[in-house]
Design a protein around this ligand. Structure first.
Ligand code: HEM
Length: 340
């Protein structure tokens, strides 16, 4: 017979042990990572986007496509998924890149909306002297077309563009900086918008202002000489760094239209590694909780899951050691009680 005192000890011990056995996993905050698929996509795009140490026409198209997917409403892939690319005249220059990126989204199992923004960032970084812009993954695709007539035409004037851009949250500096993407731009007939079209540089601003650009857009000329925007045109165009400092945040704002940045995963390290030529050494990138994990998370999501499992496993093993000590203590007490 077990004495009442031993019974009490056993009851106490079982209360302590039972919950641990019933729920051995201790809640561990999982860490989010940038899906490593983006490193693979970057390597893949490099062969299409770089030639003779600068960006190709495919990269130019990709940079412009980011604008055309987002600006009419939301960065949601609809420029490809709702056939805006083939159905709307303003996208005529980008039909090829739409086809290419649509196929790559499927083959890499990433969202079309994401690959469009990613390709733009890689495209910009592929240009000689191109800046590193951010990239966040996790946008949701839509095959519903965005509203029409939201994009300014080649001869839009500054006043019209200002109202269009400010309605979507862009400042005058943002507008002027974004138009600077034309530093590597070509018209549909192949003519260059600045004399150093293979280089991402602020000389574009000066050339448009003084009329020496080979084939400037009427819209850019208006931004350069309108009293509403000429001040920003001069200051953004002062140097490569003033251009970059204005362009990078404006491009980020554009790439997030219709999306919540906090719900996305920061994959900007892939762009900086690409620009630095260290893509192959690229590891995973820390981000927010795995709860908001981006899609296309194949390899890296598996790495994140296994790392959180190993932490959890270690924690569980720590718990088991405590439980074992308690069992040994109770067993010894029972043994002593019976023997004595
Ligand atoms: C600010 C208002 C803008 C206007 C009015 C405008 C207009 C145009 C036009 C008319 C073309 C030439 C297209 C053709 O000949 O068919 C063009 C090309 C281009 N645009 Fe814009 N654009 C604007 C903003 C932007 C923005 C925000 C970006 C990207 C951040 C961008 C990137 C480009 C690029 C890279 C090209 C050259 C494409 C190529 O060479 O294939 N543009 N743009």
């Amino acid at each position: 017979m077990i004495s009442p005192s031993i019974h009490s000890i056993l009851t106490f011990a079982s209360i302590c042990i039972a919950p641990s056995f019933a729920s051995p996993e201790v809640a561990v905050k999982r860490q989010s990572t940038c899906p490593s698929v983006w490193t693979d996509v970057a390597s893949d795009l490099q062969s299409t986007f770089v030639s003779d140490s600068t960006c190709t026409d495919a990269a130019r198209q990709a940079i412009r496509l980011a604008f055309h997917d987002c600006f009419p409403g939301s960065c949601d892939g609809s420029v490809i998924l709702a056939n805006e690319c083939t159905d709307r005249g303003e996208n005529a220059q980008m039909v090829d890149i739409c086809g290419t990126l649509g196929e790559k989204a499927t083959s890499f199992n990433v969202s079309t909306a994401d690959i469009i923004q990613f390709a733009a960032a890689i495209g910009i970084a592929s240009c000689s002297n191109g800046p590193v812009t951010s990239f966040y993954a996790g946008r949701t695709d839509s095959s519903t077309a965005n509203p029409e007539n939201q994009l300014p035409g080649p001869n839009a004037n500054a006043t019209f563009m200002l109202s269009l851009f400010s309605a979507k949250g862009f400042s005058t500096t943002d507008l002027v900086a974004l138009a600077g993407a034309h530093t590597i731009g070509k018209q549909l007939d192949g003519s260059a918008m600045d004399s150093t079209v293979d280089k991402w540089d602020s000389g574009f601003y000066t050339e448009v202002s003084d009329g020496s650009a080979p084939d400037a857009l009427g819209s850019d000329t208006s931004l350069s000489n309108s009293s509403e925007t000429s001040g920003e045109w001069s200051s953004v165009g002062t140097s490569s760094s003033s251009f970059e400092n204005a362009f990078v945040p404006a491009m980020e704002k554009l790439s997030l239209l219709g999306n919540d940045k906090d719900a996305l995963t920061d994959c900007s390290d892939v762009i900086s590694s690409y620009a630095a030529g260290t893509l192959s050494q690229k590891g995973v990138v820390e981000g927010s909780d795995v709860g908001s994990e981006a899609q296309g998370s194949g390899t890296t999501a598996a790495a994140a899951a296994s790392s959180s499992e190993s932490v959890s496993e270690a924690t569980r093993r720590g718990g088991s050691f405590g439980e074992l000590a308690l069992v040994v203590f109770v067993a010894s007490t029972v043994f002593l009680e019976l023997v004595l």
